[in-house]
Design a protein around this ligand. Structure first.
Ligand code: 13P
Length: 267
């Protein structure tokens, strides 16, 4: 059987940076410097910047994503944003980021509910998983990540998640915003574990089609180490995604992998 050809994806997580006044210009600059149609490109600004970024990216081929959504559709949830509210503003959404697990006490069960809302609303989810440093040092990284995947995906129909284009981002917490990235081989091993876990949840062969990204201190300099791993399909980029030069380098390197995959074929 031929290996499935997975897309190469570079997603920018702007976190709590930019304003409606400056986000559009930054997005337009990144788009002008990262024109690689063979790479799936996504920019995820803060909620209040979605409209400006969407307008700036219209016609560029770069998609817009949100960074979170609420697990209910509507109701008395002050300050929250639901999946249906994102219609017309975003087509992707990041879920379960470790900063939300840490600051908003999001659990796998809650993230799983959010996943359901995203799928119902036709949003393409990027599910984040990853271990803490203490967990890695205790030799528990694999168990933690596998449990997160199971806890978030376990209640969902694999076909529905596949149809929604689910992407998983492996983001070891100790590598986020620290300048200390994981080794490519370690991230690749985690990507394999994530797909094996999905296969065990009834995904079967579809697990091999599940895109897995790496995130954590990705830069234009180290992106090559991750994309050299056939099991890694791109990156979820934080700090460097606010810098057009960095994004140009990251997306440019991703285009090399996208072209190589195309040339190698696949099913
Ligand atoms: P940094 O690239 O800033 O380490 O952030 C990674 C991240 O959390 C992306 O979601």
């Amino acid at each position: 059987m031929m290996a499935p050809m997975r897309p190469v994806i570079i997603a920018a997580n702007w976190k709590m940076h930019t304003t409606p006044e400056d986000a559009g210009e930054l997005a337009a600059t990144i788009a002008a410097r990262s024109g690689e149609p063979g790479v799936v490109r996504v920019v995820c600004p803060p909620f209040v910047c979605l409209a400006a970024v969407r307008e700036a990216l219209a016609g560029t081929g770069i998609a817009v994503g949100a960074q979170n959504l609420h697990h209910e559709i509507a109701g008395p949830f002050t300050g929250e944003v639901s999946a249906p509210m994102l219609a017309g503003l975003a087509t992707w959404v990041i879920l379960g980021h470790s900063e939300r697990r840490r600051d908003a006490a999001e659990t796998d069960a809650l993230i799983g509910r959010k996943l359901g809302r995203a799928v119902e609303a036709g949003l393409r989810p990027i599910l984040c998983v990853g271990e803490q440093l203490t967990e890695r040092e205790a030799g528990r990284a694999e168990a933690v990540v596998s449990a997160q995947v199971t806890g978030c995906l376990g209640d969902h129909d694999p076909d529905a998640l596949t149809a929604a284009g689910l992407v998983v981002a492996y983001e070891p917490v100790w590598a986020i915003g620290t300048g200390r990235n994981a080794r490519g081989a370690d991230a690749a091993a985690m990507a394999g574990l994530i797909r094996r876990t999905a296969a065990g949840l009834g995904w079967g062969d579809s697990a091999e089609r599940l895109p897995v990204l790496y995130g954590g201190s990705v830069t234009a300099v180290n992106i090559g180490e991750f994309l050299a791993e056939p099991s890694i399909d791109g990156a979820l980029v934080g700090g460097a995604s606010l810098k057009p030069d960095e994004m140009a380098g990251i997306v440019g390197r991703a285009a090399v992998t996208a072209r190589a995959r195309l040339a190698a074929g696949g099913s």
